[in-house]
Design a protein around this ligand. Structure first.
Ligand code: NAP
Length: 309
């Protein structure tokens, strides 16, 4: 089935919602294709304290639910469709969904976000869901009363460790060096938390256990010594990779690491196609910045569409 629309926004996180809000208010018929569970990474974020406009910490699900309701009130259609292909060298563009639905859109905004990066250990896949997870918010509950390890030194790892310390007696934070990417406030919170123990200059070498996780072998990168941590859960929090594989045969330029190449006005290498949020952000990857670049993309796409009417 082919549907003709003005604007297709790919992704229903803060970037996609913000883009759609700006576009629909400029008179553009807008559809957001949000994948099977529209909402992006914030759906897996327990609490957010640095999104301006909220006095108290707010749940990631709550923010996204509010944004989706705001979009719908303004007339944006949000569909649970996954885009698998984007074609066309000029407007209109053809976007094919996994369901077979095809959208013909005068303009497209790519706001597809990013997903968890994995360590690449052979056991990781086999033990996923059996103690290995990339989402503490989703799976932490199953680790109640158990000792766990979190891998990484960024904000996600620290926030996961703090979250898990609420119901785990001990949380190892395993990081490959001594410096952290996480902000200082969060690092200090973790340092003061008696349940969190830092295991630094250490890389995971093997996840132990056959049916369920029984431990984590880490190797000290300075001494070469290995140590087995007796844990029931391993939470991998080592960053994210952009969700842009559906663009590989398109004319939208991508960087070597898969980010959509876009200028400061969100224009990609293909005129009429714009990009916003984490799928095009090498440096910040913050919800509020995703929303900001989404707003830019919505303004730019609306101007493009209104010029080509
Ligand atoms: P990140 O900042 O990129 O940190 C990833 C961490 O994983 C780094 O410490 C990195 O080590 C480590 N790492 C990467 N590959 C590894 C590997 N193969 N083996 C072992 N360790 C590895 O990712 P993030 O923590 O997911 O955060 C992503 C973005 O979202 C950041 O901009 C962050 O500030 C933001 N964020 C913000 C909040 C918030 O403000 N509330 C919450 C979550 C995330 P190195 O440091 O040695 O490279």
């Amino acid at each position: 089935m082919k549907k003709e629309i003005d604007l297709l926004v790919i992704g229903a996180g803060p970037a996609g919602c913000s883009a759609a809000i700006y576009a629909v208010r400029a008179g553009v018929k807008t559809v957001i294709a949000g994948g099977s569970v529209p909402g992006g990474q914030l759906l897996q974020t327990n609490e957010i304290e640095n999104y301006a406009g909220f006095v108290n910490p707010v749940g990631g699900f709550e923010i996204m639910d509010t944004m989706h309701k705001q979009c719908k009130r303004l007339g944006v259609e949000i569909v649970s469709e996954e885009i698998v292909k984007l074609e066309g060298h000029k407007t209109p563009f053809i976007a094919t969904c996994a369901s077979g639905t095809v959208y013909e859109a005068k303009s497209v905004i790519i706001a597809a976000g990013a997903k968890a990066r994995w360590l690449g250990l052979p056991e990781e896949e086999h033990l996923r869901g059996k103690g290995v997870s990339a989402c503490a918010t989703c799976d932490g509950f199953f680790m109640r009363g158990k000792t766990v390890a979190v891998i990484g030194g960024g904000n996600t790892a620290f926030e996961d460790a703090l979250f898990l310390s609420q119901f785990c007696p001990k949380v190892y934070l395993v990081h490959r060096r001594e410096g952290f990417r996480a902000d200082q406030v969060t690092v200090e919170q973790a340092r003061k938390n008696p349940k969190i123990e830092f295991v630094l200059n250490a890389v995971p070498e093997k996840i132990l256990g056959t049916e369920i996780v029984e431990g984590l072998r880490v190797k000290n990168v300075q001494s070469g010594e290995t140590q087995d941590l007796a844990v029931s859960g391993v939470f991998v929090a080592i960053g994210a990779v952009p969700q842009t594989s559906f663009l590989k045969d398109s004319l939208v330029g991508l960087s070597d690491d898969g980010l959509v190449l876009a200028d400061e006005r969100t224009h990609t290498t293909l005129e009429g196609v714009f990009a916003a949020g984490d799928c095009a952000d090498k440096h910040y990857r913050q919800a509020i910045i995703a929303a900001g670049t989404g707003a830019k993309a919505g303004i730019e796409a609306a101007a493009f569409i209104n010029k080509h009417r």
